[in-house]
Write a protein that binds this ligand. Sequence first.
Ligand code: EPU
Length: 418
Amino acid sequence: MDKFIIEGGHELSGTVQISGAKNAALPLMAATLLWPGNYKLRRVPALRDTATFAKVLETTGAVVSLQSDVMRIDTRNCDNAEAPYELVKQMRASFYVLGPLLARFGRCKVSMPGGCNWGPRPIDLHLRVMEALGARIELESGYIIATGSLKGADYTFPISSVGATGNGLMAAVLAQGVTVLGNAAIEPEIVGLGDFLNSLGARIAGLGTRTLTITGVDELQAADVTVIPDRIEAGTFLIAGAMAGREVTISGADPSHLGSVIDHLRQAGVTVDIADSAVTVSRPGAIAPVDITTAPYPGYPTDLQAQWMALMTQAAGPSSVHEEVYHDRFAHVPELTRLGARISLKGNVARISAPTALIAAPVMSTDIRASAAIVLAALVAEGSTEISRVYHIDRGYEAIEQKIAQLGGAITRVSDPA
Ligand code: EPU
């Protein structure tokens, strides 16, 4: 398992190119299962998670290749509507195949994901929306068996769910009749999925609003698509710039997807300049403490909560973090504490005492975003921080060490055979 060694105190400056979004690429990859054909996805990030999802597609019989950032997927000979536990347990997003496999084959077998590093993360809403569309759902030895030919229906999600909206959308595209999904997710990744489905011939109206109306169609045709920029990677580098940078620019981003994080950075006293697809942050004299409360889009993203907490350890006073999407998502707290952060946790609220001088220590990467927070903290800690188990970072950040090094950060990857 690889490690990172980060020597803190090196100022970051320059420009970093943002990759395609992991959480947009995965549902697009799933959507290619809906209809037999040859698909080309551009700007696919080379990540562990996209590689894992490629294996899920290959299990169904798809042929997948990734060359530079172009992924070709041939789903013409898919004949196995199954996603095995070995893959789903590595990455919950594998569950995205439920909707398209069921829609295409009328039957599928998808392993239940099990827990993740910060809590149970249920799948009940994915199953409820399939049942609303007429599927029969059974549980057999840890696998969901879904069967039935789907029919349009009205279903309102009790809470906003990115994954369940995506799955419902893919299932409804080929259902007979009209489906109306209420309280649907409006994240850019879902809009990206819907746009792609429409380019295949689907009839989805209301993308980007809470009500999606899907008129079922009998057939689709394959098409090409470009993945949207990764707003979470972009936000992570903006926060890195605010913490450790003189002037850091992210390019190839979509600033319209970054509203909440930019607003919060400005409240913290960071100068943020926006120009087309680039955003530049200049580090302020002092970082003002700013509380955050995570929320579905367009609120402050839970996927940038850990990174914000790392920033707030350097603020000129105390602040709080309210985690409202995943109440248990605090795996980064003990690791940040090992670096000297002073954080108290009660329920889903963390209180950060600041400013704190962080000091290097051996720490462990636990999940994708927690790991990013640790990397940010290590960039400003005194001394050399060793971060083990960086495969978590590799799940969601493309070549993060190269991008940080390009900005002047002192980071090295060390291969550890242990
Ligand atoms: N929820 C349920 N039942 C369900 C599904 C979700 O109760 O069947 C709850 C969750 O427990 C959570 C809330 O609904 O409290 C929202 O979860 P959502 O379904 O929106 O999350 P997701 O689709 O499983 C995606 C991202 C996550 C990101 C969340 C929230 C992908 C592949 N994953 O997960 O990204 O945190 O939306 O924005 O798109 C990451 O990239 O590190 C990551 C975890």
